[in-house]
Design a protein. Sequence first.
Length: 339
Amino acid sequence: MAIDNFGSYQSNSKKHLVVIIPCFNEEKTIGKVISSIPETIPGIDTIDILVINDGSTDNSVFESKKYGANIVSHTQNMGVGAAFQTGIQQALNMGADVVVNMDGDGQFDANDIPKLLEPILGGCADFVTASRFKNTELVPTMPWIKKWGNRRMSGLISMLAGQKFYDVSCGFRAYSNETLLHLNLLGKFTYTQETFLDLAFKNLKIIEVPLNVRGEREHGKSKVAGSVFKYAFNSAKIIFRTLRDYKPLKFFGIISAILFLLSFFLGAFFFLHYIQTGKFTGHLWAGFSSGFLLLFSFLFLVTGLLADMFDRIRITQERILYLEKKRAQNEKSGIKGNP
């Protein structure tokens, strides 16, 4: 990973905004996106633009440098999730008090950045995201399958997180410094849904701000949502793993309950057949299947109990990781004492 064009670390005595732009072959739009970012924002003293070049093979790096952006480069394409993780780590290293993430394809209006920052600067939110679907008057024009998929994904995340969300896939977002210190992501393909679950499970305040967003790219094809089925599959894997790691007892308990119910109905059918006929023959498959499912139901329940014990270790490790990030940040800013 290569780093170019970096200035000195900014003191936390002033509000420092870092705008992160993950970029993969966006030479036609990246310059326009960078130049459209406001030079002054109410409540912000310093603005830095950070482009994460995710292995671009075109002139994206040249265009980004031409417009004065800081650049971090991956030697190969690693995915927008990996680019985002690189971006937030570098933003923290730069001393960011608040971070805005936006795409380099020109779908978002950079003049809306103050609207995303307002709830965070006002102390009303930890994480703010643009919402394309919260206000029905601002729903963008896009293929019906993508619109349908976005709404189904939002419904799923809402159910898992226990709070209502309208748009969990939009990449135009703002984060406070504390939020980034708590954020721990593992997915490389994308980060959007995993971020919601990670922060919701940690009881951080999430706000959606309805904004007018272009539904289709001006140039090229989306690297993440280019294939709806591939996007759904990869997003489902991330959600599956996140739920497994953060809610293990619920995750394995639901599987155990489903298997138990199937076992119960098959067992009931098997014994009802015996009561009616006085013999087990004819439906032995139901008896064997019932016993097999009951065994696996028990195994999944035990797995859930064990995973719930390990979840306490994960929580402790995340707390240690947060404190270590905070300590490192304090050292850079010259603050002494415990975080």
